[in-house]
Design a binder for this molecule. Structure first.
Ligand SMILES: NC(=O)c1ccc[n+]([C@@H]2O[C@H](COP(=O)([O-])OP(=O)(O)OC[C@H]3O[C@@H](n4cnc5c(N)ncnc54)[C@H](OP(=O)(O)O)[C@@H]3O)[C@@H](O)[C@H]2O)c1
Length: 315
């Protein structure tokens, strides 16, 4: 299975990772978004991911106030994942907090994720009480203390990314990644120069919600409007229909699914610059998503999907 280096680091990860938001057990404001999955279910999801080539797992402090981290670590252990074979990423939650809490709360992350190390530690979004400079300085300190392997950010603009990387370089370090919303349904990071800036700086992009939270699998296009979950308006469903039809057409050529084609597009359209972190609620979904890494779309297919995605123009 293909592994790619994350940013300037020597951390080699699969192009697709498994997202841990779904493991929040319904706890906290953010964690309530997804229905609860039993711990046995999480084990099966993690096992299916490992069995099909995924070697990194992404979670956050705010996903169920640590429940996702605990659940992920227990599942990795139950699936016999050797700590030296997997990469675990988590995130610090900045809202109403200062940079001192990055280091303060890391102890809890380490405890919840044990025996797995915090390889990639990310600032969840750029809205903290402290300046970006102070936050980056704390991350550098944590690298020097070997408490984290590499620093990363999430939801940072091009300008915030440049400013943060500048601080990192003062300390002889680099940001590994910027985790942002990116899919065939949401191309804003391209239009706003985030992707281009990251490429120039050698920082990887990690695309979250690469399946548009399920919309790009096409399964919500077939159900009655009243039963549609989450924020999928009937307008969004009808506007995206041409894109779903194209995904299905391409998928049929490979005996794949529309969702797999959507994931393959994310990790291939920009060469090796973009990784995807996909969430799954069942082991079958996790397996299907991992197998998308084997789908090698042609240049023609990548560009046709690009075109139709722009025409649909959701975001
Ligand atoms: N940094 C950030 O601010 C941020 C924000 C959001 C997410 N994230 C991270 O990114 C990860 C992924 O993003 P996401 O969960 O928002 O969206 P996503 O990966 O686009 O969608 C995940 C959802 O799509 C459905 N699905 C997944 N695989 C499927 C398959 N093969 N067939 C059919 N349906 C499938 C499942 O929901 P249903 O079965 O209910 O349809 C699943 O919960 C999260 O787990 C989290 O770790 C980070």
């Amino acid at each position: 299975m293909e592994l790619r280096g994350l940013g300037h680091t020597d951390i080699a990860v699969s192009p697709i990772g498994l997202g841990g938001w779904q493991f929040s057990r319904g706890a906290g404001v953010v964690g309530r978004y997804w229905p609860t999955i039993s711990q046995a279910g999480v084990v099966e999801i993690v096992r299916a991911s490992l069995d099909h080539g995924i070697n990194w797992f992404e979670t956050a402090e705010t996903y169920g106030r640590g429940d996702s981290e605990r659940s992920l670590a227990m599942a990795l252990e139950a699936a016999d994942a050797d700590p030296s074979d997997v990469v675990v990423a988590t995130k610090w939650w900045p809202l109403f907090r200062g940079a001192e809490s990055i280091a303060h709360t890391l102890g809890q992350r380490e405890e919840y994720l044990r025996p797995y190390r915090v390889s990639l530690y990310q600032i969840h979004h750029p809205y903290a009480f402290s300046t970006l400079r102070t936050q980056m300085q704390v991350l550098c300190q944590l690298v020097f203390e070997r408490r984290i392997a590499v620093p990363g950010v999430s939801n940072f603009s091009a300008c915030q990314l440049r400013a943060s990387e500048e601080v990192m370089q003062e300390y002889g370090l680099h940001l590994a990644s910027n985790q942002v919303r990116y899919s065939l349904l949401d191309r804003r990071v391209e239009r706003r120069g985030v992707l281009e800036t990251a490429r120039k700086l050698g920082i990887s992009i990690i695309a979250y919600s690469p399946l548009g939270q399920g919309l790009l699998t096409g399964k919500y296009h077939g159900v009655a409007a009243g039963r549609v979950q989450r924020a999928f308006s009937s307008d969004a469903l009808s506007r995206t229909r041409p894109l779903i039809d194209l995904l299905a057409q391409v998928a049929a050529r490979y005996e794949a699914t529309p969702g797999q084609v959507a994931l393959a597009w994310v990790i291939r359209f920009h060469g090796r610059a973009v990784f995807a972190v996909a969430g799954a609620r069942t082991p079958e979904q996790a397996k299907e998503n991992a197998l998308a890494m084997q789908l090698d779309l042609t240049e023609d297919e990548l560009h046709r999907l690009d075109e139709v995605s722009r025409m649909v123009g959701l975001k």
